[in-house]
Write a protein that binds this ligand. Structure first.
Ligand SMILES: C[S@@+](CC[C@H](N)C(=O)[O-])C[C@H]1O[C@@H](n2cnc3c(N)ncnc32)[C@H](O)[C@@H]1O
Length: 379
């Protein structure tokens, strides 16, 4: 049986060979930080279960260590309160805290482009694993991490201490940042946001960078790297890849209500509704209809805005094409369709073709340049 150190070294070798770990200093951090200390127990998804069910893996279960050193996300809490040791067998639930897969954690730390002496604010401590990677690389005095869930925060603090590190750990709403530890050179968020919280833009110094995943109530995601251009202002680009993170709790959508689809105005759809199943297609529709939830599949899409009772649904016609039915004060399909068409006219780029600007006029996501098709983020 392999020791944790051997499993860790093998993971570092695999991440290096895959090209996920390119930086020598981050390789040293990954080789030094014992992930098993931060995830004594975790949930694993049951393959092909729908809705996804999770089985608990506890500290004395065979295979736990091997699981810790696989490049996988380890869910540590479901529905904001369930821990692995709370359950006996498979359980359904929504992940609310986790240790993100090492290739993504290390990839994001590398994308953040830190230098010795930089001060970093991390939002979403989770297990504390990513925090301690940062503390190892930058020095524990330079890392501050904020976790909203007190139980998760206390567990992370115990693990961080057991691993022998002492970065500043704060329990609170990370959307408010942590002004007492600033100004920061870098901010990294491991929960996603609907818009950039303004305190971050005042706590990171001009010229500093923010790496955060943007999302919305349809759970489409885009990872962006921004440079702070002045107090309250920033701009940047979205990055290649497919990154998603659980949404920052205050930005989460309201509890879903039962959907009743009523009749409404009908017209032909000018786009194939299945495009909303595409990673970036859904992102574009979410930008255009940020108050809606997209809950359909294939070419039978449903968009619902629960606040106003507006909805839109598409159905395939027997002889080809699609009909859209819209009802309520918001014409959700009109919004999504116009955005998808604009995106397609600009070559339907992946998110790395998008950028973001934040200034006194609001927060805007655009394609290509600031003169390209633009959508306002809900703030
Ligand atoms: C994906 S997990 C963090 C992963 C962590 N960095 C790691 O690798 O162990 C996201 C965390 O963000 C936390 N979170 C959600 N909303 C937050 C908020 N408003 N402020 C701070 N933390 C938040 C969740 O409780 C959860 O622990």
């Amino acid at each position: 049986m392999s020791t944790p150190a051997e499993l860790r070294a093998a993971l570092v070798d695999r991440l290096t060979a895959d090209g996920a770990l390119t930086d020598q200093a981050w390789r040293a951090a990954a080789a030094a930080v014992p992930r098993e200390t931060f995830v004594p127990e975790y949930f694993l998804p049951v393959p092909a279960s729908a809705p996804t069910a999770y089985v608990p893996v506890l500290c004395d279960n065979p295979g736990r260590l091997e699981g810790v050193y696989r490049d996988q996300t380890l869910v540590t809490q479901l529905d904001g309160h369930l821990s692995p040791s709370d359950v006996q067998g498979p359980v359904a639930g929504a992940p609310s805290s986790s240790s993100t897969l090492p290739s993504l954690v290390l990839g994001m730390w590398q994308q953040l482009d830190v230098e010795a002496g930089h001060r970093v604010l991390e939002i979403g401590t989770g297990t504390g694993y990513s925090t301690v990677l940062g503390a190892h690389r930058l020095g524990e005095q330079n890392v501050v991490s904020v976790e909203v869930d007190p139980e998760i925060g206390v567990r992370a603090a115990e693990a961080v201490k057991a691993a022998g590190y002492s970065p500043t750990l704060v329990i609170g709403d990370g959307l408010a940042g942590y002004a007492d530890g600033g100004p920061y050179d870098r901010l990294i968020a491991t929960c996603s946001v609907r818009h950039l919280p303004l305190p971050w833009l005042h706590q990171v110094r001009p010229g500093g960078r923010i790496l955060a995943t943007f999302t919305g109530w349809s759970f489409a995601f885009g990872l962006a790297l921004l440079t702070v251009t002045g107090p309250g202002c920033a701009s940047g680009r979205f990055l290649p890849g497919y990154v998603n993170f659980m949404v920052a709790r205050p930005h989460d959508r309201p509890p879903r209500q039962p959907v009743t689809l009523l009749s409404g105005d009908e017209r032909p759809s000018e786009i194939d509704p299945a495009i909303l199943g595409d990673w970036t297609g859904k992102w574009v529709a979410q930008l255009a209809a940020p108050s809606a939830e997209i809950i359909g599949a294939g070419d039978q899409q449903i968009l619902v805005d629960f606040a106003t009772g507006s909805h839109a649904r598409t159905t395939p016609n027997p002889d080809g094409g699609w009909t859209v039915t819209q009802r309520g004060p918001l014409r959700l399909w009109d919004q999504a369709e116009a955005a998808i068409r604009a995106w397609q006219q600009h070559g339907a780029p992946h998110q790395e073709g998008f950028g973001i600007t934040v200034d006194g006029d609001g927060q805007r996501v655009w394609i290509g340049t600031e003169e390209g098709p633009t959508w306002n983020l809900p703030i």
